[in-house]
Design a protein around this ligand. Sequence first.
Ligand SMILES: Cc1cc2nc3c(=O)[nH]c(=O)nc-3n(C[C@H](O)[C@H](O)[C@H](O)COP(=O)(O)OP(=O)(O)OC[C@H]3O[C@@H](n4cnc5c(N)ncnc54)[C@H](O)[C@@H]3O)c2cc1C
Length: 508
Amino acid sequence: MTEGPIDVLVVGGGIAGLSAAIAANEAGASVRLLERAPRAERGGNTRFSNGALRAVYRGIDDIRRLLPDLDAATIAKTDFGAYPAERYFADIGRVTEGRADPMLSRLVVDESFEVLCWLMASGVAYDPLWSAQAPPVDGHVTFYGGSAVEARGLGPGLIDALYDSLEQRGVLVSYGARAIALLREGRGVCGASVRTSDGAARDIEARSVVLASGGFESDVEWRTRYLGPGWDLATVRGTRFNTGDGLRMALEAGAQPYGQWSGCHAASWARHAPAYGDVTIAEKFKRDDFMHGIFINAAGRRFVDEGADLRALTYAKYGRAVMEQPGSVAWQIFDAQTVPLLSDDYRDPSVAPIRADTIEALAERLTGVAGNAFLETVKAYNAAVRDDVPHDPSRKDGRGTVGLAIPKSNWALRIERPPFEAHPVSFGITFTFGGVRIDARTRVIDIEGAAIPGLYAAGEMVGGLFYFNYPGGSGLVSAAVFGRLAGRAAQEGSSTAVRRQSDAKGGR
Ligand SMILES: Cc1cc2nc3c(=O)[nH]c(=O)nc-3n(C[C@H](O)[C@H](O)[C@H](O)COP(=O)(O)OP(=O)(O)OC[C@H]3O[C@@H](n4cnc5c(N)ncnc54)[C@H](O)[C@@H]3O)c2cc1C
């Protein structure tokens, strides 16, 4: 069966696809969105996200635009700071070790604030992102810059607002609809074959197709093939539906692979977490407060600089660091002075940490850890902590260690006050970095360097932006930026296609 033609077919119902569908609808296109997941699980990784949004803001006036309900008392106790474009651009460059494509980074940075304002017009609201800032000092909170706001209702709130907006606009959304192949016409793309949950297949013709179906983090075979040995054992933090379909279809259509296909975002993750994200339980598996303590492996040794930088600029690469340890496991160690700094994620009542009143007793209770080496590690670490710099979690305080092969550069406090706690962790994959090459209009570029007519891509599918690591809060924003651009460009492309067809008819 064949349906259509419509102007724009969007494949994928996370923030990239939803932004594309909204933008194309605003531009006057007839739009249809295919979401592989059933309605109850719609929304991809976006739904699982914490809703943190990294965008440029110049100061309190920009913050007020995003948070129109902000009251005077909150403003008085908060230093929101600012996040200039050049700092955002530099942060992407720094964490990706200079490899991020400057054209893609520039687009994300320059459009970041505007895209958040644009999402508000589709019903998205924001709250201050208190959880990612320094703990209050005398009731006063200092923002680090970077991600200052989160979507109200976090990932689920963001997703519900955008689907509601699509519904109000009358855009047709098909759930349980998996795109399996692109329809081709010459060098170009003119729709997609779709399999629905009843097993039926049909073709949907469209003048433009936007692929926004995420990466391949949920496919164990692709993960192992591209990321390498060990990644088969990863826990998936988000959706089970991102298995690389869009990437496969784009490559089959001649798209140019781009970016770090062996790289991904992965965080340290509670060892008891389920194999995939579960939309029915709030996320309790984050173990991102490592900067207050130390990580140790089964050999009893530290293996990363826990205080190398602000958490948002390091956590996405520490999943890989844990993966590379013996058994792909690790423990985070805290004492009575650092436990109060931990977030509520560490207080999930279903999992008690390993506790002891002496560090020696803790060593005995850490099953699978070389106890003597662990005690040596703690002793050497405690001896190396600087005393001449005050501890200040509201900024990179420079209170580090001296003389260790693996330093801790900031926030170093001795592990010395009982009781002591160990939290067992493993690694959770968030999304993959490898993707396809796009141009500044999100047109998919083929291996000869030319745009593939009718094909656009957005979100996690875009390669070339993230390498090795990622600045927290830029996944959602980059997906919205590219999604909005893709929706607009796809509508323009579809009008051009209509003009070409009618010219051809007129010329006959
Ligand atoms: C636990 C977790 C927390 C996170 N927290 C944050 C955060 O706070 N801030 C931030 O910026 N980023 C965060 N991220 C990353 C962020 O969620 C992603 O970068 C972003 O959501 C990507 O959007 P997307 O639309 O490209 O992909 P997704 O949201 O994953 O959407 C892809 C969609 O494609 C659909 N799909 C797949 N295959 C097909 C097919 N064949 N046919 C049709 N549909 C298909 C899927 O069902 C899915 O709906 C987090 C991710 C996770 C997992």
